[in-house]
Unconditional design. Structure first.
Length: 128
């Protein structure tokens, strides 16, 4: 992968967390290909309408943090990633606590507007 592609992929991964946590839903939706898919446990959210359903079920007050991703190029316009993450949740009653720990497993596709999620799988660590 060219350095420019690595930077583009890292920006996409970071934007996912930043925009989700900030409640910037329209910008977050634009990170996915038109036929993009998000899989969380046994639920799959497909296309823009499905992704909106995912957003509607979210609780606010969270902070998602990625650690160093591994990138596996499939071809010039496709890359798979494995991204360890953890999520924090803040509330006046409970303070700040770890809400989830796991991995994002992604298939990214480069299009005219740059890198986009074709599929993101959220795989929680055991116990979360």
């Amino acid at each position: 992968m060219e350095l420019e592609d690595v930077r583009g992929v890292h920006a996409l991964l970071d934007d996912y967390c930043r925009l989700l946590d900030a409640g910037r839903d329209e910008e977050w939706l634009a990170l996915f290909a038109a036929d993009g898919r998000l899989v969380f446990g046994s639920k799959a959210f497909e296309g823009t309408d499905g992704l909106r359903t995912f957003l509607a079920g979210r609780k606010g007050g969270g902070l998602h943090l990625n650690t160093l991703p591994s990138l596996t190029p499939i071809d010039a316009d496709t890359v798979e990633t494995d991204v360890p993450f953890f999520g924090l949740q803040a509330s006046p009653q409970d303070g700040t606590r770890v809400r989830g720990v796991g991995r994002y497993r992604d298939r990214l596709r480069r299009g005219p507007d740059g890198w986009r999620f074709q599929e993101r799988r959220i795989v929680l660590a055991e116990g979360y």
